[in-house]
Design a binder for this molecule. Structure first.
Ligand code: FMN
Length: 503
């Protein structure tokens, strides 16, 4: 806790006297704030703030808010000063049995050099993550058909490798929206990184900077936007993901600030006018709440069973439509990419709207369940764009279910410019921090080198649609060899539990 010399010091006793709806003060990171007038504006509802009225709210605040959320949302007149350290009474918190067990598991997790593929990270994360973090990260919508299809789709595409092509030297570097990238892979936006690791998204930033990979910063990152940018190495390229706020002034400020800080691409999420019902996440919210994210508690318009995701996304504007695109083009010169396109029809509309590209994505299976995989959509989108004839650069990206470099090569052969990866990087840092992300990047490199040699391509530009057999992609029945690693890490949905399990 830092206290500057001229800062007003406020005693814990004084703060304690402001513990009501009429006068509500809270302490966050050692500073005292008057949040009385903010209670009804808080996206997570007023009740959760009132729970911490008159006391320290840092622990509940930390995993689900960027550090500067409170300072930017409250007028400076409500920043009252610093808590007087001499008046703080240390509270010894008991570590729960569950947490002790988790720490023990973390200490005995497999050493990083025994991690050989991206599934391994998921298997470790599933064991060492707090239950609520695992539920939020791994969940997908409804029956979770799409999240599973995302994986299976890659296995319905088969390679047609070429031989005798002198593959002594292979190069998998590329450019993405004009930015150099050491991989044809970028880190896709995943929210609330601190639920899974104290350094949150900074694990991604540091590893990406070191290895020339591009990170897309999530609107709902746990670390603040500036904190992430500041953690980058000089010249490190970033993209930013945007959830469009009902208040367009806030959106405009965010976008223009990102551009000023040198961000190289604006990815507007268009597949989330309402967040999907993610039952693993919802179910845990129903079973008491003692740790982790508590944002949904008591929120007025979000019932308690809605999980973390829905509670933090109330600000997203469901009225967003094609007519808004010219406005976005008027407020920024960054390339604009629409993230979450699922049909050739919308891909063509996106092209006509003047944006620079699209991400074919179903949000990692977290939005409309039984939406098709990005890989399947890619085939119809590439055909439609070819038929129309494009006269300006227009990039098509895909994401969802990528766990192997062979997945990446299939997508590129079918016309994708690069591929987004969400969970695999997320699980890598949850299990091992920054070194985990670096290892994940290394695994992609090793697999790309081997697969490119075996496929007979020296550079990514040599990939051709003829190098894959995608005829089965639209066939949603029929046997394929089982993906054992994915099947063992995939956790099936559960049914409602009786309160007394002995009955
Ligand atoms: C935990 C989690 C949080 C996510 N948060 C966001 C988000 O805030 N905004 C967004 O556009 N997409 C979000 N996504 C979707 C990812 O950007 C990406 O589309 C998806 O993760 C790709 O699938 P994969 O996880 O199988 O790689 C999230 C995905 C996960 C798993």
């Amino acid at each position: 806790m830092s206290v500057s010399l001229n800062e007003t010091l406020i005693s814990a006793e004084t703060v304690k006297q402001h513990a009501s709806r009429e006068s509500c003060w809270i302490i966050v990171h050692g500073k005292v704030y008057d949040v009385t007038n903010f209670l009804d504006e808080h996206p997570g509802g007023s009740k959760i703030i009132l729970k911490y009225a008159g006391r320290d709210a840092t622990e509940a605040y930390e995993p689900i808010h960027p550090p500067d959320a409170i300072t930017t949302n409250l007028p400076t007149s409500k920043h009252l000063g610093a808590i007087d350290p001499a008046t703080i009474v240390a509270v010894v918190k008991e570590v729960s049995e569950e947490e002790k067990r988790r720490q023990a598991l973390l200490a005995t997790r497999p050493p990083l050099d025994e991690i050989v593929n991206l599934h391994d990270f998921e298997a470790v994360a599933r064991v060492v993550l707090p239950e609520k973090a695992w539920a939020y990260y791994s969940s997908a919508s409804d029956d979770e058909i799409t999240i599973r299809e995302n994986r299976l789709a890659f296995q319905r595409v088969w390679f047609r490798p070429r031989v005798l092509r002198n593959v002594a030297h292979v190069d998998w570097s590329t450019t993405i929206l004009g930015q150099k990238s050491s991989l044809p892979v970028y880190i896709s936006a995943t929210a609330l990184g601190k639920l899974g690791h104290p350094d949150g998204e900074l694990n991604l930033t540091r590893a990406a900077g070191k290895h020339g990979v591009i990170q897309m910063i999530a609107t709902l990152a746990s670390c603040s936007f500036d904190e992430i940018i500041d953690a980058g190495v000089p010249g490190q390229p970033f993209f930013v993901q945007l959830y469009v706020n009902r208040d367009r002034e806030i959106t405009k400020r965010y976008v223009q600030h990102a551009e000023k800080r040198g961000v190289k691409g604006l990815f507007i999420t268009v597949d989330a006018p309402q967040l999907g019902r993610r039952e693993k996440d919802m179910r845990l919210k129903l079973i008491g709440d003692t740790s982790g994210a508590k944002v949904q508690e008591g929120q007025k318009d979000v019932p308690k069973d809605q999980g973390v995701a829905r509670a933090i996304s109330a600000f997203i504007d469901p009225s967003l439509c094609w007519d808004d695109i010219p406005w976005f083009r008027s407020i920024t010169k960054m390339p604009i990419i629409l993230k979450g396109i699922s049909t050739a029809e919308d891909a063509l509309l996106a092209y006509e709207s003047g944006v620079q590209g699209i991400v074919l994505s179903n949000h990692g299976g977290r939005q409309l369940d039984t939406a098709r995989s990005a890989l399947e959509i890619l085939v119809e989108v590439t055909e439609a764009l070819k038929k129309r004839g494009t006269t300006r650069p227009f990039d098509v990206f895909v994401d969802g279910g990528v766990r192997r470099a062979s997945d990446v090569l299939k997508a590129l052969a079918l016309g994708a410019k690069a591929v987004g990866v969400g969970r695999a990087f997320l699980y890598a840092f949850c299990a091992y921090g920054q070194p985990g992300v670096e290892k994940a990047i290394q695994i992609f490199r090793d697999e790309l080198e081997m697969n490119m040699r075996l496929l007979g391509v020296r550079t990514l530009s040599e990939l051709r649609p003829e190098m894959v057999d995608a005829r089965a992609l639209n066939v949603h029945t029929g046997a394929v060899p089982e993906d054992n690693l994915f099947r063992t890490t995939y956790q099936p949905l559960a049914l409602a539990k009786f309160r007394d399990s002995r009955l």
